[in-house]
Design a protein around this ligand. Structure first.
Ligand code: TMP
Length: 210
């Protein structure tokens, strides 16, 4: 029986997801919660191996890539996420299936219907309890990721227009799933952004625990 919460963080490259996940984990742990940080693709031995293959292989066919993302996700879900939620952990996940909708679906034109079928097959009716979507203009993202070692060949080469497709894709997700998603302007400094993240999570938790 699930007792914990699953909170996913989404957004394009350079939006500061990992920093915000870390800041939130520290805050929630300070408040006495059991907290686990994880990421996708990744989070188990096999899923991290799939991540390594994805990051060291270029020109992967988009359907193959989607299948690999969901293979990694299924393993992560069954072996790690579900047991932790059963034990009462708050699981903070850097990316989840919304990233497949945006990157494989919207950016690479894999059918959304097929992605949702795969999602159902691998996750059943599981949904994140709450999703924070970090949003910044591509010009700000570009500055942030300049000089950072990006190893995802395809994404390393991403043009401004592709970045905008991804950004708009996540904004669309926030519109389609307003009950679980909170879109946050992440263009300020990390402390200012964290203030908004913390407020949103507190609101979600107080509503859920009521
Ligand atoms: P990250 O280190 O920023 O999380 O990088 C992971 C990359 O993988 C990122 O460019 C987005 C991409 N990705 C997908 O294309 N589909 C997915 O389902 C996930 C989780 C990530």
């Amino acid at each position: 029986m699930k007792k914990g919460f699953f909170i996913s963080f989404e957004g394009g490259e350079g939006t500061g997801k990992s920093t915000q996940v870390r800041l939130l984990a520290n805050k929630l742990a300070e408040q006495g919660n059991l907290v686990h940080i994880t990421r996708e693709p990744g989070g188990t031995e096999l899923s991290e191996k799939i991540r390594d293959i994805l990051k060291t292989t270029s020109n992967i066919d988009s359907i193959t890539e989607m299948l690999m993302m969901f293979a990694a996700r299924r393993e992560h879900f069954i072996k790690s996420i579900c047991p932790l939620l059963d034990q009462g952990y708050i699981v903070l996940c850097d990316r989840f299936y919304d990233s497949s909708l945006v990157y494989q679906g919207i950016l690479k034109n894999v059918s959304i219907e097929k992605i949702m079928q795969l999602k159902e097959m691998t996750l059943g009716n599981f949904e994140p309890d709450f999703t924070i979507i970090l949003d910044i203009p591509s010009s700000v993202a570009k500055k942030r990721i300049q000089g950072r070692q990006l190893y995802w060949d395809d994404y390393d080469m991403m043009s401004e227009s592709e970045y905008n497709i991804i950004r708009n894709g996540f904004r669309k997700i926030a519109e389609v799933f307003p009950f679980r998603c909170k879109l946050i302007d992440a263009s300020g400094d990390e402390r200012k952004v964290f203030f908004k993240v913390q407020k949103a999570v507190e609101k979600f938790m107080s509503e859920t625990r009521r």
